[in-house]
Design a protein around this ligand. Structure first.
Ligand code: ZN
Length: 154
């Protein structure tokens, strides 16, 4: 999770929401890393998890990431939860809970849906306070430094 947090901080340089992800092989070797670059790349799918999954698949030479662990600082959204099920990830470890868009128990539970043929093990809330603080600090700072005009009271 420390490595995922390091990745998350890299997103700050481009004003992206700080979310970071790491994919580990069964022996613990890092085979993929990623951070949110949605703003930087103007890409709606450039979430940390998707980027880390792509890197891991490239490293292994296969889309099937059997036996691997995905570590991410924020509970995955529906897109990422779907992607990691498709990648056959063995284990998902996440930090902060996402009450607004989480798809690993908060709003949906895509990864443990019995209708799907693959269900990764889930280890939630690892270093959650640190992961949450990184996000809340980002949003607080962005609000106070926003260039948008303050609405005038009527
Ligand atoms: Zn996502």
């Amino acid at each position: 999770m420390g490595l995922a947090l390091d990745q998350a901080r890299l997103a700050l340089a481009s004003g992206d929401v700080p979310v970071g992800a790491v994919v580990l092989a069964a022996d613990g070797t890092v085979i993929g890393t990623g951070y949110n670059t949605r703003e930087r790349d103007g890409d709606p799918t450039a979430h940390a998890e998707v980027i880390a999954l792509r890197a891991a698949a490239q490293a292994l030479g296969s889309w099937r990431l059997t036996g691997t662990t995905l570590v991410v600082t924020l509970e995955p959204c529906t897109m990422c939860a779907g992607a990691l099920v498709l990648a056959r990830i063995a284990r998902l470890v996440y930090g902060a809970v996402d009450d607004k868009a989480g798809a690993v128990g908060s709003l949906w539970d895509v990864v443990r849906d019995r209708r799907l043929n693959h269900r990764p093990e889930v280890i939630p809330a690892i270093r959650a306070p640190e992961c949450t603080t990184l996000l809340t600090t980002f949003f607080t700072t962005r609000r106070t430094t926003s260039t948008r005009p303050t609405p005038t009271p009527r």
